[in-house]
Design a protein around this ligand. Sequence first.
Ligand SMILES: Nc1ncnc2c1ncn2[C@@H]1O[C@H](COP(=O)(O)OP(=O)(O)OP(=O)(O)O)[C@@H](O)[C@H]1O
Ligand SMILES: [Mg+2]
Length: 290
Amino acid sequence: MMETVLMEKFVQVDGVSKAYGDNIVLEGVNLRMTQGELCTVVGPSGCGKSTLLRLILGQEQPTAGTVKVHGKEVGEPSPERGIVFQRYSLFPHLTVLGNIMAGSRLSLGLIESRRCKKTIEQEALQYLDYVNLSEHARKYPHELSGGMQQRVAIAQALIKKPKILLMDEPFGALDPGTREAMQVLILDLWKRHGMTIFFVTHDLEEAVYLGTRILVLSQYYQGADLDRPLNSWGARIVADYPLRRVAASTRVKETASFGHLIGEIRREGFDPEYLQAIEDFNLQHPDSVL
Ligand SMILES: Nc1ncnc2c1ncn2[C@@H]1O[C@H](COP(=O)(O)OP(=O)(O)OP(=O)(O)O)[C@@H](O)[C@H]1O
Ligand SMILES: [Mg+2]
C-alpha cells in the first residue's frame, strides 16, 4: 500500500516555475499523469499552456522544480515524446507516404532505416490507413487540405511510437466540421494504441469532449504574497477534473451537464474578477496535488 503511494507517476511535474526574465509565467505547478490518460489543458491566452507543454517536451527547462517522464528527468526532446503543433510544416518535397516514412526514419537512424526500407514503407502505409489517407499516399502536402495535412502530421508523430503525444492546439486552424472529425479520429487512435496524450486547446468544448481529465491553468487567483500586485502571479493549475467518458458520440456536447461544466471552467479559469485562494482550488482529480 505504502509503495503505491510513493510510486512515481508516468508524468511527474513537481513544483515547477518558469520565468522569462521578470515575466513569471508558471509558478508552483504540480502535475501527475498516469499512462493512458488523455489530459486536456485550457486557460486564458498567454497563461503558459504552450510553455508547460514545452517543458514536458524538454524544449524548455524549468526555472525551478523538476519534470520527469517515465521516471527520467526530461533533458531535451526525444522520440519518446511526440509532438503535433497547430500548423505542422510537413516536408514539401516529400509525398504523404514519404513524410510518414521520414518520421519513422528519424527515430531509427540512417543505417538501420536504409536496411529496413520495405518494412518502414509497410508500416507507414498502416499508419496512413489509421488516419484514413490511404488513397492519398502519393500526393504532396500542397495538394492536401488543412485537415489532411494535420492527419499526416499525426501519423508522422505516431509512427515514432512515442510514449506520450503532446498536442498544441492541433485542430486550431481547421473549420468546425473537420475539427469534429479530427476529434473523433484522435479518440479512436488513442483507444486503439493506448496512448498517453497531453492536449492543449483554446476550445473548452473540445477539451471537455476529448479528455479523460481536464486541467485549467490560470493566473487569475489570489496569491498569498501581499507585496506583489494583484494578478502578477505565474499561472497554476486552478482546477483539475476527472471526466467520465460515457459515449464517444459528439451528441454529448449538447447535454446540460456538459454545458454546466464548461460554465464552471470559464468562471474558475477565465474570469479575471473571480480570484480564488490557492487552498480553494477545485482539484477534484484523485492525482491532483496543490
Ligand atoms: N521563449 C520565450 N521568451 C520569452 N517569453 C516567452 C517565451 N515563450 C513564451 N513566453 C511568454 O510566456 C507567456 C506564456 O506563453 P505561452 O505561449 O506558454 O502561453 P499560451 O497559454 O500557450 O498562450 P496561447 O493560448 O496564446 O497559445 C507569454 O507571456 C509569453 O510572452
Ligand atoms: Mg499556446
